[in-house]
Design a protein around this ligand. Structure first.
Ligand SMILES: *[C@@H]1O[C@H](CO)[C@@H](O)[C@H](O)[C@H]1NC(C)=O
Ligand SMILES: *[C@@H]1O[C@H](CO)[C@@H](O)[C@H](O)[C@H]1NC(C)=O
Ligand SMILES: *[C@@H]1O[C@H](CO)[C@@H](O)[C@H](O)[C@H]1NC(C)=O
Ligand SMILES: *[C@@H]1O[C@H](CO)[C@@H](O)[C@H](O)[C@H]1NC(C)=O
Ligand SMILES: *[C@@H]1O[C@H](CO)[C@@H](O)[C@H](O)[C@H]1NC(C)=O
Ligand SMILES: *[C@@H]1O[C@H](CO)[C@@H](O)[C@H](O)[C@H]1NC(C)=O
Ligand SMILES: *[C@@H]1O[C@H](CO)[C@@H](O)[C@H](O)[C@H]1NC(C)=O
Ligand SMILES: *[C@@H]1O[C@H](CO)[C@@H](O)[C@H](O)[C@H]1NC(C)=O
Ligand SMILES: CC(=O)N[C@H]1CO[C@H](CO)[C@@H](O)[C@@H]1O
Length: 447
């Protein structure tokens, strides 16, 4: 049994969710987790489903009421897997609120940041209440709390929004509580390729999509990348020059084991998708201004396969900020992702499978299992991850149900591989209330 977590892919999406909505804000704001509009806490039930358990925890939320006109809509932003609270005043939502006379509200996700129902040292006991049902009912109860405490909101229609994993939550909230959520705006929502089973037919789609992005931008550059990955793959396979591997790519330490070599490959693959995924203008999501078109331009000027890989690494980890390339520590690769809680929910109800790479792309093929690998989930959390079919039918996100659902606007970004594990295009309809998408007006795009 393999209990080691292979951190191959952090589909990062936390980064896509919050910062994607962020407007020009100085990079220094990332240093302070505190919002200029203060946040508050309220008592939330630890377990909404067990009526004999009345235990509560303090859940953090924020209300931006500056533009609210009584009866106007409520824009509910669903926070996701980050340890930092996303302050609504940094997002575009106040601008939308000014147009709509809306109230902007947001709730921290349970088990992230300061909203912690349990600190039990045993992860099985600690995360017992981290179920999708509880996460949804937190939002439902929070909306009730706001409607009870904010004058003029009783009749307000609620629109839910969020990105990436938050986009998945946005979709399931709308589909499972349509009486509470009038409309939904999921951006970059992964809804397919769920299920850690190796049979999942969509599990290669993430990297197939990236492969297509690079070939479409420039066949010459993609060809150079393919050659560079071939050479890198052979070196990793041979595992006989790890010292020079570390030197060539400026790694912070030398990988010594097969698992460590795989982690290095994982970081390189992750960088290779984060550049197109997060290449929008945002000082928080993309502080170093990574841009896939820039990368392709640089690659066109290079022939040395080491330098081709290095071009991506140096774009994502600029030597001016990173003396060396961090690997083997997710927190340094993605500092706002709260890994322990996220790994649990990946096993429990959101086992997205996007790490496998088929033959024939520019990348090194891999079938390495990752965070939601069934053995890992069983060993760490005593949890068997559900399949795509199970999640689709239990949480009402089958294609037929999404086509029937009203007022969901699915948005994706043309370079973002999440597009490949999102919804297929919905049919055109004359019904003005019909759900639509995907469109590429994703909030992950520069606006
Ligand atoms: C419900 O909560 C009560 C009180 O905390 C607890 O004793 C009981 O085991 C819980 N039931 C389930 C099914 O978790
Ligand atoms: C809101 O008020 C209603 C009526 O008083 C009450 O039943 C409900 O529990 C309240 N909800 C919240 C979340 O406070
Ligand atoms: C490593 O192994 C490969 C394949 O076996 C061989 O071609 C290469 O010369 C070796 N490199 C070093 C530095 O030993
Ligand atoms: C790759 O970039 C790193 C960091 O700038 C540098 O230390 C290393 O020498 C570069 N490798 C090559 C082969 O240019
Ligand atoms: C691998 O071994 C080298 C030399 O013994 C050591 O300096 C380095 O820290 C090791 N790498 C890791 C990740 O432990
Ligand atoms: C890439 O190069 C092309 C052709 O020279 C140029 O038009 C484009 O602006 C460049 N893009 C970026 C992002 O540097
Ligand atoms: C990739 O090719 C190898 C060697 O030909 C083969 O064993 C493997 O099954 C192929 N993988 C896929 C996903 O087709
Ligand atoms: C959209 O749905 C709402 C709620 O059911 C309804 O009141 C409204 O008339 C519908 N709008 C259109 C244009 O069909
Ligand atoms: C409510 C909140 O997020 N408070 C934080 C403000 O910033 C300090 C310093 O970073 C944190 O320790 C608090 O938790």
């Amino acid at each position: 049994m393999n209990l080691k977590l292979h951190r191959l892919v952090l589909f990062l999406a936390a980064l896509c969710s919050t910062p994607s909505l962020l407007q020009g804000v100085s990079a220094t704001t990332t240093a302070s987790p505190n919002c200029t509009t203060p946040t508050h806490f309220f008592d939330q039930l630890v377990d909404h489903e067990n009526s004999s358990n009345r235990a509560t925890f303090q859940q953090q939320y924020q209300v931006v009421a500056a533009h609210f006109k009584p009866g106007g809509p409520i824009l509910y932003y669903q926070q996701a897997e980050t340890s930092l609270f996303a302050c609504m005043e940094w997002t575009i939502l106040p601008e939308w609120a000014a147009e709509l006379g809306a109230l902007v509200i947001t709730l921290e996700h349970r088990f992230f940041g300061l909203s912690y129902p349990s600190k039990d040292p045993d992860p099985v006991r600690q995360f017992q209440s981290l179920t999708l049902e509880n996460v949804m009912l937190d939002a439902v109860n929070f909306i009730g709390h706001i409607k009870n405490t904010t004058e003029g909101t009783k009749e307000s229609k609620v629109l839910v929004m969020g990105g990436s994993y938050g986009g998945f939550l946005t979709t399931v909230l709308k589909m499972n509580h349509p009486d509470i959520f009038y409309g939904a705006l999921p951006f970059a929502a992964p809804l397919r390729s769920i299920g850690a089973n190796n049979q999942n037919p969509q599990r290669y789609n993430w990297f197939k999509y990236l492969n297509q992005v690079y070939w479409d931008l420039s066949a010459t550059a993609a060809g150079k990348m393919k050659h560079a990955f071939d050479v890198l793959g052979q070196r990793v396979q041979a595992a006989n020059d790890t010292k020079s591997l570390a030197r060539d790519f400026g790694l912070c330490s030398i990988p010594n084991t097969t698992a460590e070599l795989q982690e290095v490959m994982g970081v390189i693959n992750t960088v290779q998708y984060q550049i197109p995924q997060l290449g929008f203008v945002s000082p928080i999501g993309n502080p170093t201004g990574a841009n896939v078109e820039k990368l392709v331009n640089q690659t066109l000027l290079l022939d040395d396969p080491v330098k081709v890989i290095n071009a991506s690494l140096n774009m994502w980890f600029p030597p001016s900020l990173y003396p060396c390339v961090p690997w083997g520590n997710d927190e340094s690769v993605n500092p706002t992702l709260q890994l322990d809680s996220f790994n649990y929910l990946l096993c429990k109800y959101f086992p997205l499978s996007v790490n496998e790479i088929p033959n024939g792309t520019i990348y090194v093929p891999t079938s390495v299992q990752t965070e939601s690998d069934p053995n890992t989930c069983m060993g760490l959390f005593n949890v068997t991850p559900p399949t795509q079919e199970f999640v689709e039918s239990k949480y009402h996100i089958t294609r037929d149900e999404l086509v029937e659902a009203k007022r969901i606007l699915f948005t994706y970004n043309e370079f973002d591989p999440t597009t490949a594990v999102g919804v297929d295009p919905l049919p055109l309809s004359q019904d003005r209330n019909a759900s639509r998408g995907p469109t590429d007006r994703g909030a992950c795009k520069e606006h």
